[in-house]
Write a protein that binds this ligand. Structure first.
Ligand code: ADP
Ligand code: MG
Length: 523
């Protein structure tokens, strides 16, 4: 009896404990559910703010064309600098000899040599080396930065194999890819307007970057001539055109973003010099600095901009390029961690660190097809030490990646269609009737839409956009969203527009331009 009482007592005690445990479970479940609810709400609000329906994209397209026009008419007429590059002819395949390129513009620095064999031989042989830029040089002095480039270049030249040969009478000529905004005063002279991306070398602003590099090369006892100063976009255009005459536009989507295209010289009203014989000139848009009230701006963009090295500048780039996409995602996750506790009671310390989530990791999470989102869990654990995330939370994280990627890709597409519109290759130039019936849009009234399309050498009616950059190359979802939006915007006309990866144009393209603008003329 006594025993059974005791047993009963134990039983009751057990039941009470079970009850208490159930209560804890219920309250945890409620908490988890409310965490997810709050996180979902943050996600939905963010998605709404980032939304880019086709009507909104069309406004961005028109704004791009209007700003392009304004930037061509007068200096400072637009946030788009629309810089004339002095390039009035592009490589066509006839180039011959040994040429070099140095490429500075982002995370990596490249040196390259190429042996060109004219139309029959084309690119006989090429070699390149890639070196990471020591981070301290990105914030140091210009002398240190340019001397580093010169050192790498001369060491590369010193290690040249027998199968690369200068022709008799040919000196070493270089194309210098410098992917920052430069005001050019000639094909091979120009001063730095401002640093972008992660660079901030104060004493370089206003300096002639060609003279600076040339000086450093000479001080190292070498004789080389910088024949062309270009940026990665212009190099990509040249590299694309070398193989395909229909290439009219080049776009970079890498650490940063930019675009250039072939413009009718007479449209460049601000151009003070003689009009080139070809009647055309390549314009470096510096489109990263594009801004329009139609861009979907959120709290993420505001805080990212405020905390950036160049607040108020390069707003388009901050929504689109590889340097920033990961950080946009991180900022939403911070809000979710702070307001919804998605990563537990404490916000992981490292999550608060700017740029701690890099775009390649964002893209890894975004491409996770596994049912339990293993890769999302792996990245959260590796980067932030976050353990034990539920599949529900992982799904939310993936959706944030998707939202940021989709917005960036669709805005990039609108930018491209804006350029096509400006050069009369978006298919609407064929709608001459519309114009005469006065049903055209406001931007047409402003004359931003060329009546006569800018012609490519073949006059084929096709337009090829040469793309380069690690973001475009490696982020498949970004590419898909971009392509999809281009088709949405162009409709039928998208059949004549080809967006093609033109890899490493920034290196070989610069060497090709060195050949086009060389002192040495092959005989
Ligand atoms: P840069 O622009 O520095 O000259 P790249 O064109 O190679 O160099 O682009 C590098 C950038 O591309 C990186 O900063 C990164 O943002 C982006 N990137 C590289 N790999 C990936 C990837 N797998 N997924 C998404 N973005 C990537
Ligand atoms: Mg690059």
């Amino acid at each position: 009896m006594g025993q059974s009482k005791a047993m009963a007592g134990v039983y009751i005690a057990c039941a009470a404990a079970a009850c208490a445990a159930a209560a804890v479970l219920v309250s945890q479940r409620v908490k988890v559910r409310s965490q997810k609810c709050t996180a979902r709400k943050i996600l939905l609000e963010f998605q709404e703010a980032c939304d880019t329906p086709v009507a909104r994209l069309r406004q961005v397209v028109d704004a791009m064309a209007v700003e392009m026009h304004a930037g061509l008419v007068s200096e400072g007429g637009s946030k788009l600098k629309m810089l004339p590059t002095f390039i009035d002819h592009l490589p066509d395949g006839n180039e011959r000899g040994l040429f070099y390129a140095v490429d500075l513009g982002g995370t990596n620095f490249r040196v390259l040599r190429v042996q060109l064999g004219g139309l029959e031989g084309r690119v006989i042989k090429q070699e390149y080396e890639e070196v990471a830029i020591p981070p301290e040089l990105m914030l140091g002095t210009s002398e240190e930065l340019f001397d580093f480039i010169a050192k790498e270049l001369v060491s590369f030249v010193a290690r040249e194999g027998e199968d690369f040969r200068l022709h008799a009478g040919q000196g070493r000529e270089i194309g210098f890819t410098f992917s920052f905004p430069v005001k050019q005063t000639d094909i091979n002279a120009g001063s730095l307007l401002q640093w972008t991306k992660g660079f901030k070398v104060n004493d370089a602003i206003g300096q002639d970057v060609v003279a600076a590099l040339q000086g450093c090369i000479e001080r190292r006892g070498y004789k080389m001539r910088i024949a062309a100063l270009v940026n990665d976009t212009v190099g990509t255009l040249a590299g694309g055109r070398y193989w395909n005459n229909d290439v009219m536009i080049a776009v970079i989507l890498g650490t940063g973003t930019n675009a250039c295209y072939v413009e009718r010289a007479e449209s460049i009203s601000k151009w003070g010099g003689e009009l080139p014989k070809s009647g055309q000139m390549v314009i470096n848009m510096e489109w990263g600095n594009f801004w329009s009230s139609h861009l979907p701006r959120t709290y993420v963009d505001e805080s990212l901009d405020n905390e950036s090295l160049h607040p108020g500048e390069y707003g388009f780039e901050k929504m689109i390029s590889g340097m920033y996409l990961g950080d946009c995602v991180r900022r939403v996750l911070v809000r979710m961690a702070q307001q919804a506790g998605i990563f537990g009671p404490h916000v992981p310390h490292k999550l608060l660190e700017p740029f701690s989530l890099q775009t390649p990791d964002m893209s890894k999470m975004h491409h996770d097809n596994s049912s339990d989102l293993k890769m999302v869990a792996e990245v959260l654990k590796r980067v932030y030490g976050i353990q034990n995330t539920t599949v529900g939370i992982r799904k939310i994280v993936l959706s944030v990646c998707d939202t940021v990627c989709q917005r960036g890709a669709r805005l990039a597409a609108a930018g491209i269609v804006g350029i096509l519109k400006k050069i009369g290759r978006d298919g609407s130039a064929a709608n001459g009737l519309n114009r005469r019936n006065n049903t055209f849009e406001q931007s047409d009234v402003n004359g931003t839409h060329d009546e006569v399309p800018v012609n490519c050498p073949t006059g084929s009616g096709k337009t090829v956009v040469a793309m380069d950059g690690g973001l475009y190359e490696h982020y498949g979802e970004f590419r898909n969203y971009m392509q999809e939006a281009v088709v949405e915007l162009l409709g039928e006309a998208s059949k004549n527009v080809f967006i093609e990866l033109s890899k490493d144009g920034s290196g070989i393209g610069a060497a090709l331009l060195a050949a086009s603008y060389a002192e040495y003329v092959p005989t």
